[in-house]
Design a protein around this ligand. Structure first.
Ligand SMILES: NC(=O)c1ccc[n+]([C@@H]2O[C@H](COP(=O)([O-])OP(=O)(O)OC[C@H]3O[C@@H](n4cnc5c(N)ncnc54)[C@H](OP(=O)(O)O)[C@@H]3O)[C@@H](O)[C@H]2O)c1
Length: 271
């Protein structure tokens, strides 16, 4: 069993859990954590076992131990299974990253109607994430040796509170805004033992971003002051900062990783 009093020398978390780490941003977070010297990482996935194994292989190549756990976060039994597995396998968990989220923009789900997409987002990204994080916090607070500060990080969306036109904005906006609000409230409940922060990505080139060209490609670049799409690695670096003791005086915050919002952006359709 790992020694609970042992932490990496530079304050970087030894043991972390990343939900939704079988692809995209979650995978980049796991890899960045391993690159920074993490010792043991729990790679959570839902249906993409091959992707999770690829993440685990990349993490192991960087010298960290990788554990896999499958769980559908829309079901209560699976959430309990994930939390129990994480705490029994890792024992001490320094950072927990709530990254998992339903992809309703690509694949089969892209053809669903608005309500079905919204229901899935609510079930996984919102209710699943909130219920899961409550279980994690209960475990953390019940651990007799909960002396060290733990860090929980949520993934929001930069346009959730800013507002974006169209169905994507009307679906992701309320769901991610609620996640970000929950994180702020949770931070008030669990300080000073647990720090809670949100990373709110902007236009990040993952599955959907890789498929689009034309208007959306131009828009993603022009809405960022940096003039480019964000990468999963850009997001991962902010998550890693919030998970480490370098950010020990940071809680209840939202860090937007969007290259800076370009106020001079003008929509091509004049909207
Ligand atoms: N990409 C962007 O531009 C962007 C912008 C703002 C916020 N975000 C947020 O960032 C997070 C990661 O996004 P991404 O672009 O990296 O997406 P992604 O590549 O589709 O990854 C999503 C992850 O969530 C998992 N997941 C999906 N449904 C699940 C369920 N029912 N139960 C448990 N896990 C489930 C997936 O697991 P399986 O594949 O194994 O099923 C996958 O590991 C999401 O919360 C997303 O909303 C993304």
């Amino acid at each position: 069993m790992p020694d609970p009093s042992k932490n990496s020398q530079d304050g970087f978390p030894d043991n972390s859990v990343i939900t939704g780490a079988s692809s995209g941003i979650g995978r980049a977070i796991a890899i960045e954590m391993a690159r920074r010297g993490a010792k043991r990482l729990l790679i959570h996935y839902c249906s993409n076992q091959t992707g999770a194994e690829q993440t685990a292989a990349a993490v192991k190549n960087l010298g960290a131990e990788a554990l896999l756990c499958q769980a559908d976060l829309s079901t209560s039994d699976d959430r309990k299974h994930l939390v129990e597995t994480a705490f029994s396998e890792l024992f001490t968990i320094d950072a927990w990253v709530n990254n998992a989220g339903v992809d309703v923009l690509t694949g089969d789900a892209a053809s669903f109607g608005f309500e079905e997409k919204l229901q899935r987002l609510v079930a996984v990204d919102l209710l699943g994430t909130i219920s899961l994080s409550r279980l994690v916090v209960d475990h953390w607070l019940s651990q007799a040796d909960c002396k060290a500060m733990s860090s929980m990080i949520f993934i929001g969306w930069d346009q959730a509170t800013r507002g974006m036109e169209g169905e994507a904005g009307e679906m992701f906006g309320p769901v991610k805004a609620a996640v970000m609000a929950y994180a702020k409230n949770l931070a008030q409940s669990v300080a000073p033992k647990i720090r809670v922060n949100t990373v709110a990505p902007g236009w990040i080139r993952t599955a959907w971003g890789s498929e689009v060209g034309g208007y959306w490609d131009r828009r993603a670049k022009q809405q960022s002051l940096m003039g480019r799409w964000g990468t999963p690695e850009d997001v991962a670096k902010a998550v890693v900062f919030l998970s480490s003791r370098e950010s020990s005086f940071v809680t209840g915050q939202v860090i937007e990783v969007n290259g800076g919002w370009n106020r001079r952006y003008e929509r091509e359709d004049g909207g």
